[in-house]
Design a protein around this ligand. Structure first.
Ligand SMILES: NC(=O)c1ccc[n+]([C@@H]2O[C@H](COP(=O)([O-])OP(=O)(O)OC[C@H]3O[C@@H](n4cnc5c(N)ncnc54)[C@H](OP(=O)(O)O)[C@@H]3O)[C@@H](O)[C@H]2O)c1
Length: 233
């Protein structure tokens, strides 16, 4: 696809990886809208990037429906949805708080499904589209403390495979992207310190990977890719 002139919606686009993807799409000439729950943070980011803001919570059905409907009303179509909004929670099995476990699933699984469902209806109506799900290497391999987050990202991988099978016959490409550790505020929001390093991934590398897979001619697509830091040690 050509990103120039494309109409793209990026969830969780006010910070981190989503923001970098939005910036990369705008640089390619796409018309971009970003979403997020905190309207002030979102509006500021949108103004800085040159994108539109549509505030909302992906895990709230009414918000997800309104977000896609607002976008399509404004632009007449939707070419790309990037399901990027996500939260983490790390705890050993014996200490898992049920509310926090469910909140991870509400955002990372239900939220991605709601946004994906609404986008898919539009893709089928218009005869094609591109859906990128931002998962994680934690969605490929589990590890200590990862029960909630890993399970949510494994679920996203499962949903991606189902959607791919359902939607490719409608000319919709469904792509899963698995970043490993990226320097964002994600860890700080979990109360974890993230050691900074020039060698760790920045959001920009994930954005470049997403742009790269989307720019392949629509005849083909990359179903899944992981992005690792070359030498973070
Ligand atoms: N950073 C990493 O090391 C890493 C590695 C692999 C995968 N990932 C994945 O990459 C994605 C982005 O992570 P990040 O590191 O960029 O996180 P981040 O810096 O914390 O940014 C998260 C973004 O998502 C938004 N968001 C969170 N919950 C939302 C909800 N319910 N509805 C709408 N927007 C919501 C946030 O805005 P509001 O809080 O205002 O809503 C913010 O814009 C996530 O899916 C994450 O799992 C991250």
């Amino acid at each position: 696809m050509k990103l120039e002139g494309a109409k793209a919606l990026i969830t969780g686009g006010s910070e981190g990886i989503g923001r970098a993807i939005a910036e990369a799409f705008v640089a390619k000439g796409a018309h971009v809208a970003i979403t997020g729950r905190r309207a002030d943070v979102l509006e500021r980011a949108a103004a800085e990037i040159g994108a539109e803001a549509i505030a909302g919570d992906v895990g709230e059905e009414a918000d997800a429906v309104r977000t896609v409907a607002t976008f399509v009303e404004r632009h007449g179509r939707l070419d790309v949805l990037v399901n990027n909004a996500g939260i983490g929670y790390s705890a050993p099995l014996t200490e898992i708080d049920t509310e926090r476990f469910l909140e991870v699933f509400r955002t990372n699984v239900t939220g991605a499904m709601l946004m994906g469902r609404e986008a898919a209806k539009q893709f089928v109506r218009q005869g094609g589209g591109h859906l990128v799900n931002i998962s994680s290497t934690s969605g490929v391999k589990g590890g200590r403390g990862g029960t909630a987050y890993s399970a949510s990202k494994f679920a996203l991988k499962g949903m991606t495979e189902c959607w791919r099978d359902e939607l490719r016959r409608h000319d919709v490409r469904v792509i899963l992207v698995n970043p490993s550790e990226v320097l964002t505020d994600f860890a700080a929001k979990l109360g974890r310190e993230q050691a900074a390093s020039e060698k760790k991934l920045r959001p920009r590398e994930i954005a470049d990977a997403v742009v790269g897979v989307l720019e392949i001619d629509d005849r083909g697509f990359v179903p899944e890719l992981s992005v690792f830091a070359t030498n973070p040690f």
